[in-house]
Design a protein around this ligand. Structure first.
Ligand code: ADP
Length: 326
């Protein structure tokens, strides 16, 4: 049996470079060799404030992004999480064996609480349990996601171990599949590139002018120039992006310019903008083709969901039997 792979992305806006380099590149690397399920996790999306009128369209946009990026429905299953209700069903059973206190301590929960102090709902606390159910429902062993998801992977493994200990060997302990771009920095100076932080990201559908504008707004005043490159802040992040885009020659040149106190950030940003656009152009062309063929996309989604429902049913039968429910 081929190893199972599972990963998902929330439907909260267009995919950005962080999602692409941290998660989608990993998915692309695995789809040839493994049995892969890639999901749009809409049930996770609704744990923060959202607009019900546009949710379905946002889900669709992520599917288009997946297809344009090169996820191939002949090689992997594309799923919409809420269409496979067993995710929610399994998450409830798993929740009954996991302590609330551990969930309250997770950094992602604390971050979201701070970000939306008036929207601290049960779903937010429950997020890592549902994520564990997402992967374990398919007995996933490899999970291509960014480094920010590592605490959630740890929860997943704890849940799998606990379930196996209580009810007999059922689930593997999933590992994160790491990519070079496992942490793409924000353009806003600190932290990671994120959909929910305005000014932090470049989306995969941005044109060259938009990319230029977004980079122009990225801070570069690190308060120093000359000597070693700073380890964090705006300048450090621009250099990290050069590295992630494999612009090694340019990296060395700008590093020398920095040492020699003659670096011109407009020049560096232009090099970056062009390289990013070049990377994104084939994606954007492919996206147009899928967007113009809604029937094809509908069929891909239907087929993916159908296959996933079958796999999910098998696991649920086994879980309910082991837990003594049937
Ligand atoms: P966001 O934080 O932008 O809302 P999601 O939480 O939907 O994105 O994450 C989707 C996937 O993209 C996850 O695998 C996550 O680890 C990855 N990811 C998100 N931001 C980054 C980043 N800046 N660098 C690397 N991977 C990232």
């Amino acid at each position: 049996m081929k190893k199972r792979v599972y990963s998902g992305i929330r439907a909260t806006g267009r995919l950005h470079l962080g999602n692409y380099l941290g998660a989608v590149k990993g998915m692309l690397a695995l789809q040839d060799e493994y049995d892969c399920i890639f999901s749009v996790v809409d049930s996770h999306t609704i744990t923060v404030p959202y607009d019900p009128k546009t949710l379905k369209q946002s889900v669709r946009e992520i599917i288009l992004d997946y297809l344009a990026a090169g996820l191939d429905p002949k090689k992997c299953h594309l799923e919409i999480q809420s269409m496979v209700p067993q995710h929610i069903e399994l998450s409830y059973y798993l929740a009954t064996i996991y302590p609330v206190s551990r969930l309250e301590d997770l950094p992602t929960y604390k971050d979201k609480k701070a970000q939306y102090p008036k929207y601290v709902n049960m779903g937010l606390l429950y997020y890592p349990v549902l994520m564990a159910a997402d992967v374990l429902l398919y007995k996933g062993e490899l999970v291509p996601v960014g480094i920010d998801q590592e605490p959630h992977l740890e929860v997943m493994r704890e849940i799998a171990r606990k379930f196996n200990g209580m009810f007999g060997q059922t689930f593997p302990e999933p590992q994160r599949f790491k990519t070079e771009g496992e942490y793409v920095p924000s353009l806003a100076g600190g932290g990671k590139m994120s959909k929910s932080v305005e000014g932090s990201y470049i989306t995969l559908t941005d044109d060259l002018e938009t990319i230029r504008k977004r980079l122009a707004a990225a801070p570069t005043d690190s308060g120093q120039i000359g000597g070693e490159l700073p380890k964090e802040g705006g300048v450090a992040n621009l250099f990290k992006l050069l590295k992630l885009l494999k612009l090694d020659v340019e990296y060395k040149k700008f590093e020398q310019d920095y040492r020699d106190k003659k670096i011109r950030y407009t020049e560096l940003k232009e090099v970056l903008a062009k390289a990013i656009y070049e990377e994104l152009q084939p994606f954007q062309e492919k996206r147009k083709i899928f967007k113009e063929d809604p029937k094809l996309v509908d069929d891909i989604i239907d087929e993916g969901n159908r296959k996933c429902l079958q796999m999910a049913d098998r696991t649920m039968g086994e879980v309910k039997k082991k837990m003594g429910l049937i």
